[in-house]
Design a protein around this ligand. Sequence first.
Ligand SMILES: *[C@@H]1O[C@H](CO)[C@@H](O)[C@H](O)[C@H]1NC(C)=O
Ligand SMILES: *[C@@H]1O[C@H](CO)[C@@H](O)[C@H](O)[C@H]1NC(C)=O
Ligand SMILES: *[C@@H]1O[C@H](CO)[C@@H](O)[C@H](O)[C@H]1NC(C)=O
Length: 425
Amino acid sequence: MDSVSRLRSFGVRQYLMRSPLRRLAVLLTLRKVLLLFFIWSIVEAQLVRNRIAQSERLFASRPIRLDKSSRVFIASLHWNNEAILRSDWNRGVVELVNALGPENVFVSVYESGSWDDSKGALRELDQVLEDTGVAKKIVLDKTTHEELIAGPPDEHGWVEAPDFRMKLRRIPYLSRLRNLSLQPLLDLAENGTTFDHVVFLGDVVFNTSDVITLLNTNYAHYAAACSLDFSKPPGFYDTFALRDDDGHEYASLTWPYFRSASSRNAMVNGIPVPVSSCWNGIVAMPTSAFTGIKGLKFRGIDDELAQSHLEGSECCLIHADNPASRTRGVYMNPHVRVAYNRAAYDRVHPRGSSWLSLFQVWSGLWRNRLARWLTTPRLKEYRIRRRLRLWEQEGAEKLEVREEPGDFCLINEMQVVVTNGWAHR
Ligand SMILES: *[C@@H]1O[C@H](CO)[C@@H](O)[C@H](O)[C@H]1NC(C)=O
Ligand SMILES: *[C@@H]1O[C@H](CO)[C@@H](O)[C@H](O)[C@H]1NC(C)=O
Ligand SMILES: *[C@@H]1O[C@H](CO)[C@@H](O)[C@H](O)[C@H]1NC(C)=O
């Protein structure tokens, strides 16, 4: 009897049982295949790591030009940031101002409602900046969250929570603060004082090289460029406003993060990553986006749309609203890595080696693959689109034109301001 008909008559299992030697052979082959596969995956990770290290070396050897005539408007929002202000942030800002030249910079700081001594820390910054002669506006707003949410509700920016009470929405509130922090830019433009770039500085550890590198992202050709931000590397800190260039959320929380092929491949190669939206750590945008009659404003989604339990970050909507996002692109620059504490910053800037270990590359590649193969964002995105369509239809019945260009920014959440910060409802 040949082996094929044996198989037919007994079935594979019986065939193997009857021949212990063959069973051993199959098991050994299986083990060899697995071993080979494992070795291949390690070799692959090492090759990727070499590629990243090479891109870092190439990048480090290229002198980053600091254009002395480039004028920068620095904008930041603060709430209970005293620790990092005192440990790193204030010093970072002063160094940056001195490096760019105080005559080329405006520092706009908007602090509101902190109950730690952020105000004290910012007053100290104010004094040091005074000595540099840089133009600045540092607002320390005493309004507390209690006062904000006491009501009665304004016409806009409030939402009815499931307990039927009206609550102040977090995103319109933040949009208003961001708009206020940009107000000096608009006032100065009217008087003919202009700037080339707005740099939005988060409450992160950074240094001057980080900001200059960010400004030079993609040969200084972008609608917006942002850094990578870390609290517990290599996981990202903030993903609320992060969307790959297909408009999807991240696939894995660890490197290489993205679902879409072009965003992910750029991250794997260590080059600027095209995205639909990002707002991590530090963000640079040409000022032209905000000035002029078509100047952008930060905004939230419509209150009625938010009522259907949807929300979108003002920092994602700004990219959706910016026509330059389509023509010049939004990029995340993997060479600019900032962090919410010094220890995390040091971990993503190891001396003399790539910022990712071989294990991080290997496990990152596989976590990302498994997430892409085994999960899909489609159901989540379908539910959100359905609520959006419903809102548009309701508008049509009332003869209102309802549009939300930032559909890719939307998530299934309701975010409201509460006394000690913000909360989901
Ligand atoms: C943004 O700022 C402008 C004025 O600078 C204001 O008219 C607008 O209402 C603000 N938007 C929000 C959402 O607060
Ligand atoms: C713009 O110029 C006017 C007139 O000189 C002045 O009153 C105003 O304060 C200036 N605004 C700013 C923001 O410098
Ligand atoms: C900024 O930090 C990086 C990483 O530690 C370092 O390589 C670079 O020299 C620093 N730049 C400045 C201006 O301090």
